[in-house]
Design a protein around this ligand. Sequence first.
Ligand SMILES: Nc1ncnc2c1ncn2[C@@H]1O[C@H](COP(=O)(O)OP(=O)(O)OP(=O)(O)O)[C@@H](O)[C@H]1O
Ligand SMILES: [Mg+2]
Length: 278
Amino acid sequence: MTALAQQPFTRHHGGMLFRAPPEVRDQECCFEISNLDISYGARKVIENTSLRIPHNAVTAIMGPSGCGKSTFLCSLNRLTDLELDCRITGDVIFQKDCGSVKGSPVVLGRQIGMLFQKPNPFPFSIWRNLEFPLRQHGVTDKAVIAQAIEQALTDVGLWAEVKDKLKVSALSLSGGQQQRLCLARALVLKPSVLLMDEPCSALDPISTQKIEALIKELAKRITIVLVTHNIAQARRVADYIALFWHDGSAGRLIEHGRASEVFEAPSSDFARMYFAFE
Ligand SMILES: Nc1ncnc2c1ncn2[C@@H]1O[C@H](COP(=O)(O)OP(=O)(O)OP(=O)(O)O)[C@@H](O)[C@H]1O
Ligand SMILES: [Mg+2]
């Protein structure tokens, strides 16, 4: 018997989950993912993944490069629909108790904000970057727009820095400011979920600290799914960890649990080895 086979594990929809998943009651569940398989063309990149992501908490998606973390994240707001050769089977159900099962891309666009690894402001003014999504979602009242823009910039700690230059190009801001502007752009629609794909990997430690403080603050009222390679960051901000693994084939979920439990007592050799890289 190998060391791995001696670990306690649960057979999970034919997958390989090395610990019993955290209990997430129906009313606490933001995303219910069942038997998810994702392929690009003939190549499967996520296999047999089932998990419940709790609302108003930070779930960190972790695992080695290429195990499908970004692909998984993009399946939550159906960004994967934009990939012509991407095929998904299984279910991703969003806020079932709110009646938003699966959800149209427009509804998802409003309720689920997204932040990518590299800041990607539109090549417009700071103001227009925030006005654009509001108008796209039907907000036309100028006073409402102005109030929402000030609130979003205040929420990300950028208002004092940019209030006197709202009409300058967003591209003239520093990288850290651009990333906070992109976060403000995601928040201006008051989403209930924020998906973040390595949002700090291009930032200096001070900007990283600001984003992490925002993540913790935001998680009091919205659900955050954060892809990160930074184990120390996951320790600082995550409430739950979902660790994916791959052995050259498709990525699979191998650990899902409360961050304290996963870090203190990883239930697989893969997880122990991965967290030892901190
Ligand atoms: N649009 C695409 N078309 C084809 N294959 C893709 C596409 N996007 C990702 N892949 C493949 O899917 C696999 C998973 O990629 P993904 O970017 O989701 O991994 P990741 O875990 O986010 O990696 P990293 O940590 O390096 O960001 C990789 O083998 C990648 O080459
Ligand atoms: Mg990625």
